[in-house]
Design a protein around this ligand. Structure first.
Ligand SMILES: [Zn+2]
Length: 107
C-alpha cells in the first residue's frame, strides 16, 4: 500500500517537473544558460521584449498581456528600437538608467 502511494506521488512530482521544463509558452529567448552577450529581442507575435546583457545584466524583460500563452518568436532588434518600444508599449523610460542611457552600437 505504501509503495503505491510512493509511486503515485513520484509520478505526480515528475509530471509537474516535466510540465515546468517543457512548458512551451512565454519562454525567454535563452531559457537555459544564456550566453553573456548584449542582445535585444522582440517577439513578433505578442510584442513582448527582452534585452540587455544576457547572463549578467543589466537586463530588462517586458511581457505583453498576450505573452502568457504565446509561443514567442524572438526577433533581434536594435538597442534604439528597444528603448523606444519600452517607452511606447510599456511606459518605461530606460534612459533614466545610466547603462541604457549611454550610446552603444549593436555590433
Ligand atoms: Zn510572444
Amino acid at each position: 500500500m505504501k509503495k503505491i502511494l510512493l509511486i503515485t506521488l513520484s509520478t505526480a512530482v515528475l509530471a509537474v517537473l516535466l510540465t515546468v521544463v517543457f512548458w512551451p509558452f512565454n519562454r525567454p529567448r535563452y531559457w537555459f544558460l544564456p550566453p553573456i552577450a548584449v542582445e535585444y529581442y522582440e517577439c513578433s507575435k505578442c510584442e513582448s521584449m527582452e534585452g540587455g546583457i544576457y547572463g549578467k545584466g543589466p537586463f530588462e524583460r517586458f511581457r505583453s498581456k498576450k505573452s502568457r500563452l504565446c509561443l514567442h518568436q524572438w526577433q533581434p532588434i536594435s538597442r534604439a528600437k528597444f528603448i523606444e518600444r519600452a517607452k511606447q508599449n510599456f511606459g518605461v523610460d530606460l534612459t533614466k538608467n545610466w547603462w541604457w542611457a549611454q550610446e552603444m552600437e549593436l555590433r
